[in-house]
Design a protein around this ligand. Sequence first.
Ligand SMILES: O=C([O-])[C@@H](O)[C@@H](O)[C@H](O)[C@@H](O)C(=O)[O-]
Ligand SMILES: [Mg+2]
Length: 443
Amino acid sequence: MDTALLIDHVRLTPILIADPPLLNTQGVHQPYTPRLIVEVVTRGGVTGVGETYGDSAYLELARPLAEALPGRPVTDVNGLFALAEQVCGGPPAPGDGVDTGLDGVDAGGDGVDAGGLRGVRTAAKLRLSVVSGFEVACLDALGKSLGLPVHALLGGKVRDAVDYSAYLFYRWEAHPGGGERDDWGAALDPAGVVAQARRLVAEHGFRSFKLKGGVFEPDREIAAVHALAEAFPGRPLRLDPNGAWSVETSLYVAERLAGVLEYLEDPASGVERMAEVAAGSDVPLATNMCVTTFPEIAPAFARGAVQVVLSDHHYWGGLHRTRELAAVCRAFGVGLSMHSNTHLGVSLAAMTHVAATVPDLDHACDSHYPWQTEDVITTRHVFRDGRIAVTDTPGLGVELDQDRLAALHRRWLDDDGTLRDRDDAAAMRKADPAWVAPAAPRW
Ligand SMILES: O=C([O-])[C@@H](O)[C@@H](O)[C@H](O)[C@@H](O)C(=O)[O-]
Ligand SMILES: [Mg+2]
């Protein structure tokens, strides 16, 4: 092994990034949200960068993993899973080297991860999200060391640009308790949603649309989707209430939006309810909640509960595991798209590299990126016609802006702890002190 490829040290930088007051079924985004930047430095002097969730639970797992890495080769990304299991503690995840049976399986769907609306939170899911940041950093370092883009390390790109969809949110004009302001204004009705979509199209050229739902009573959200269909005839549309509806409500919405929606995303919570909805409607169902780990695949596919899985390299443990997920979906004739949560340019680069390598990515990927005004990379990504060009620059093709990184880390250091864990319900209580995250089904 070339000693230049051995890891010398790892830097972890938790940051807080500005986030607009976007609404979802749990509440509203906080004015700042935590992310973690992982830098893996090789003995050859090359630095690879990765990005993942930065809430305290993730940081606690990332620290021992960072300490365990020096001396290991950046090529050994498959070994990260067993290492993480060994040093981070918690139950193993399937594929970590031990068969774990049902760990990570959706336990019924009523409890969701407050930080990400990603289904039931388990220790294995947290660990996989941490590993993903390290895997991407190792691949970036390896690519830079070899003079190869990350997509080449994954087998090569099959497209030169990756399609993204416009991610529409009901939103307030400003955060109730202060925070950065922007000029988007409020979007709380069909006209506001269409206006937001028009601006996203004008600025980024998106050709498909996803509306985050579960915020208002279903008829109001149905009206917004119809308004979008009228404003953008023939364009793919999606609605995602994050499991907020009962089976009956989901079927009611599906009936009214049949022929209008490309897919309905997580209308109901949990495999059982999703399977009932799927059985009663022809509208394809997508998920980033009831299938987010490998053990969740078999029960969901066996029940026909989902027709599209929204991959997310953070959830699945990195770029290689995302390609494994793609292969499983291909084998079962289930479609593939990509989920997004609040993220910066490092993650968008990683998403784009892996998406470029998956032949049957059937739908435009989600991305929160247009909502992020701050970044840690020197040159922001640009959407052209709703697409990000796949770079052939070695590694991820992004460079960290150390001054920006330091400034966003300073914000994290200065925070008294209240913003270091994403909590959309707590943010909502600033406007409505009696608010509690609604139990599913909400309608
Ligand atoms: O950021 C949000 O409000 C989204 O609801 C996010 O938390 C979800 O993870 C996600 O975008 C989704 O598609 O469910
Ligand atoms: Mg979703």
